[in-house]
Design a protein around this ligand. Sequence first.
Ligand code: ADP
Length: 219
Amino acid sequence: MIKFQSINKKFGQTIALDNINLNVKQGEFIFLVGPSGAGKSTLLRVLTKEILPTSGKTLVGDKDIDKLKNKDIPNYRRKIGFIFQDFKLLDDRTVFEQVALSLEVREFMEKEIEKQVEHILKLVEIWDKRNLFPKQLSGGEQQRVAIARAIVGKPDIVLADEPTGDLDPQTAWGVIQLLNEINSWGTTIIMATHNQEIVNTLKRRVVILKRGKIIKDTK
Ligand code: ADP
């Protein structure tokens, strides 16, 4: 479903990605691991087209994403949910509004938005806090809102960049269980992480990056 073909990315003299070849099947759950600076975030951002590779090709489905026209990029990005370490919630929106916003931009009908947001907020168990603002929530609760926002439009792919980085171990496990559940619906998940315990316990495919290269790919 996702194919990175000979992807290279340089930032000035820095080689962030060095000949990356990686195929990800639909419904796979992959961990991207490696030290800080290994190129994990850069690879995720090549997929969202926030970063253009210096060379190489990325296919999603059968489409070469380099050939997407500017006007088609927003539509392409809607197929991808992104979860960040620092949540990136909007301070001045309630829990409900944050999640509703990702459907409003897709021009869903109001009734449909209400229905889907309620469903997702119940799924991530934050429905009772729907009228609170991010500052009134714990870190784990904020991350659950961020996950709800990422998955409410039923994206084909969910990318998570250190989603448990700022969370205590128990809360981190809650987030992982949620990602596991999303994956069980057939959603492809690529998660960049440092958390060795999570990687060891989950027994999923692990791709190790070092200085921009894939040095190990274990199914
Ligand atoms: P990771 O996510 O594994 O920590 P990154 O993908 O963020 O690694 O970074 C890979 C390398 O690319 C690092 O050396 C980093 O400093 C460099 N890099 C990333 N983004 C930029 C940028 N926008 N400008 C310059 N260098 C960058």
